[in-house]
Design a binder for this molecule. Sequence first.
Ligand code: MN
Length: 444
Amino acid sequence: MLRRSMSRRGMTREGTDPGSRSPGASRQVGGQVGIPGGTPPAAGRRPGRRPPLRDVAPRPGHTAAFALQTDAFMPQRAHRAWPPPRPLVEALAGAERVVTIGHTPPDGDCVGAALGLARGLELLGKRAHAIVDSDLPRGLQALGQQGDLHRGPPPFSPDLVVLVDVAQADRIGTAAELLPSAPAVMVVDHHRVTPRAAQLGLAPDTPMTSWIDERCDAASVQVAALLEALGGAPKGWIDEWSEVAEPLAAGIATDTQWFRSRRVNARSLAVFKGLLDSDLNALESLEARLSHALPPTATVLLAAQLSAVVLRTGDMTAAELAVTEQTRARALEAAQAADPTTTLEDVSGHLMDRLDRLAARYGIALLLQEEPQGRVRVSIRSRCDDLAVGLAQQLGGGGKRGVAGATVEGRLSAVQSRVRSLVAHRWGLRSRLDARPAGAECYN
Ligand SMILES: [Mn+2]
């Protein structure tokens, strides 16, 4: 729960109030986001006239803490930053019993969006039930501490089933069983996907609405926009709405790697700021909670047992980490000795946290994690926007903007050579890649 001191009330209210035309608010949406050392925002703009929105990429160093502390980014209403399509707002307004579903394996955005939407709809007087059918890392478990994040079906029969951050039936675990009998289905996603009724296993003529926007940094931003369009958070994300804001903020923070990822949209920072109400304490507690820090015994064990190589040809390189099911289990055991609440998802999160740095250094970063039932979870990051998504799509997965993944059937070694040959093919090679052990260079 976000703790908010009363003294901060009013600090940013003007900017977050939907009716507000404060100079600060209109300045911000001018697209001319004031950047320290850059052009100062134009003053004296006529009130009531909003200049068109423009995507402004925050510069390196524009982190969440920066956004909350500076007035270079003023808070912005999500439904103004990303106006949701009318049919979705109407479908949600007309629904009484809603199930929200995130993907497996989970991430902060799908948990945040599923939980945030369910909590928001309940505040708007509906029944709602959020499902993520998976074990969760500690930080994400804590988002559902009110017992409102479920793995199983709802105690009511839904009149609307909403998929968030996912558009595939085979990525939602047992929640897929709700789809064939769903009276209506909605898909809210920011990946490069085309939801199809047949693939989702819907009965013929099931009404389906979807909002797919790849420019949106997180499904949690879309959910914030939908809730605002429904009349939620009328005075900003304060009071009871702060409990909706928390998972949504977590979703945006994790999907943007705390705004460190390239090409983060400045509007997402502004929406994030509105959600956290410029509360640095809330930011810090969220950041601490969502970190995947493992005890040293576990990280030492991982470092010793995972395979880390650098694939290269000419001056093109890719870092590849591969970890067996057994090594992950041992690392989990070691971590649980220090903190019994640690889950396997914390181990995965810890490994994935390294990928962004590796991608920055090597161009491509791959993580292959052996999972039960002969499957391998492949996570891909790339400096180049389309590369990671392209590779993941060839493996039957997907993603967006340099962040992608897939779950692939097969043994670790088989999937590893398949991934390597895809990389080689991208690089225009016919021969096998040169793979050199990287060890400490890759994992430290
Ligand atoms: Mn997402």
